[in-house]
Design a binder for this molecule. Structure first.
Ligand code: MEV
Length: 312
C-alpha cells in the first residue's frame, strides 16, 4: 500500500460565477500542480491524528471531532463516518501543497481531497470518487459559502468537465491540444467575497445581470463545440469575450486586466481571469510558437509566476 496520495489544482476555462446561477462552465485539472498527503504511523504511538503542513502542526482528538466548523475537523468527521470508523487513526498526515492559496486554483478543495484520501488509506480503505466528491463539496461550503460544486468535481474526478450545477457531469472532447499559460497576479483574493458581491449585484439589478449570465452560458456552449472541433482561434476569442463579461460582473482587477491585456498584445489567441477573480490567476491561450513571447510579456506586466499547461 502506498502511503502517499494527492489531488490536482484546477482552472476554469469558461463560465465562472455564472455557474453559480445554473449556467454551464468548463473546468480542467492542472495535473502538474498538486497537493500531496503522506501518512505514517505515529512514533511513539498514542498521539492521535496529527496533521502537518507549512505553518501547521495540529493534533485532532481520537474521538470523532465535535467541532465541525473548520475544514480539517469536518473532513475527518465525514471520512470516519463514511467508512464506519469510530476513532481517528494514530497517524501523522503530512500535507505538501504546490498550489498557491486563494488564487482561483482550487487549493482548498485539493487540500481536502488529498487529506481525505490519506485518512481513508491510513485505515486501509479507499473512498470512491462519488463519495469523495460529496464530502469535499461540504468542505467547499466552509471555504466559499455557496459553491456551485465545480471545483470539487473537477479536482476529484481529475478530468476536463462541462459542468452544470446539480446535473450529472459531462466529460468534454478536446479536438486539438490547448496550450495555456497560467499567469499569477500574486494577489490573494477571496472567492467567497467575490461570489457574495456578484450575488449583491444580481439581487440589486437582476434585469441587467441575468442577460449577462445568459450570455456567458451561450458562450460556454459555443466554447464546448469549438474545443471539440479543435478550433483554437474561436476558443481564444470566446475566452476574451468571457473576460469582458466578468469585468462587467466586477470580478476582475487592475492587475488581472493588465496581464490579460499584455497576453493579448503579445499574440495570445485569447485571455481571461480564471476562478473567483479579484486577483489570483489568469489564463492565456497560446500557439506553441507564441508561448515564449506571451510568457515574457506576462512576466514584464507583473506576473509573479507563469505556469504552462496543455489540455488534451
Ligand atoms: C470558483 O473557482 C468558481 C466560482 O464560479 C464559484 C463557484 O462556482 O462555486 C467563482
Amino acid at each position: 500500500m502506498t502511503n502517499s496520495v494527492s489531488a490536482p489544482a484546477k482552472i476554469i476555462l469558461f463560465g465562472e460565477h455564472a455557474v453559480v446561477y445554473g449556467q454551464p462552465a468548463i473546468a480542467v485539472p492542472v495535473t502538474d500542480l498538486r497537493v500531496f498527503a503522506t501518512f505514517q504511523p505515529n512514533d511513539p504511538p498514542g498521539q492521535g491524528l496529527r496533521v502537518t503542513a507549512e505553518d501547521l502542526d495540529i493534533q485532532l482528538p481520537g474521538d470523532l471531532p465535535e467541532r465541525v466548523d473548520d475544514a480539517l475537523s469536518l473532513t475527518t468527521k465525514l471520512v470516519l463516518q463514511r467508512i464506519g470508523a469510530t476513532h481517528a487513526p494514530d497517524v501523522t498526515v503530512a500535507i505538501d501543497s504546490q498550489i498557491p492559496i486563494a488564487s482561483g486554483m482550487g487549493s482548498g478543495a485539493a487540500f481536502a481531497a488529498a487529506f481525505a484520501r490519506a485518512l481513508a488509506a491510513s485505515l486501509n480503505r479507499t473512498l470512491d470518487d462519488d463519495a469523495l466528491n460529496t464530502l469535499v463539496y461540504e468542505i467547499e461550503k466552509i471555504h466559499h459559502g455557496t459553491p456551485s460544486g465545480i471545483d470539487n468535481t473537477v479536482i476529484v474526478y481529475e478530468r476536463p468537465i462541462y459542468f452544470v450545477r446539480e446535473q450529472p457531469i459531462e466529460p468534454i472532447d478536446v479536438g486539438a491540444p490547448l496550450h495555456l499559460l497560467i499567469g499569477d497576479t500574486g494577489q490573494k483574493a477571496s472567492t467567497r467575497e467575490a461570489v457574495g458581491d456578484v450575488r449583491k449585484l444580481f439581487d440589486s439589478d437582476s434585469s441587467r445581470i441575468q442577460p449577462l449570465l445568459d450570455e456567458i452560458g451561450a458562450l460556454v456552449r459555443s466554447a464546448r463545440d469549438a474545443i471539440a472541433a479543435g478550433d483554437s482561434q474561436t476558443v481564444g476569442a470566446l475566452m476574451s469575450q468571457n473576460h469582458t463579461l466578468l469585468q462587467v460582473l466586477t470580478v476582475s482587477s487592475p492587475e488581472l486586466d493588465r496581464l490579460v491585456g499584455a497576453a493579448t498584445e503579445a499574440g495570445a489567441l485569447g485571455a481571461k481571469l480564471s476562478g473567483g477573480g479579484r486577483g489570483g490567476n489568469m489564463i492565456a491561450l497560446v500557439a506553441p510558437e507564441t508561448q515564449q513571447q506571451v510568457g515574457a510579456a506576462l512576466r514584464a506586466a507583473g506576473a509573479v509566476r507563469v505556469f504552462p499547461t496543455t489540455i488534451r
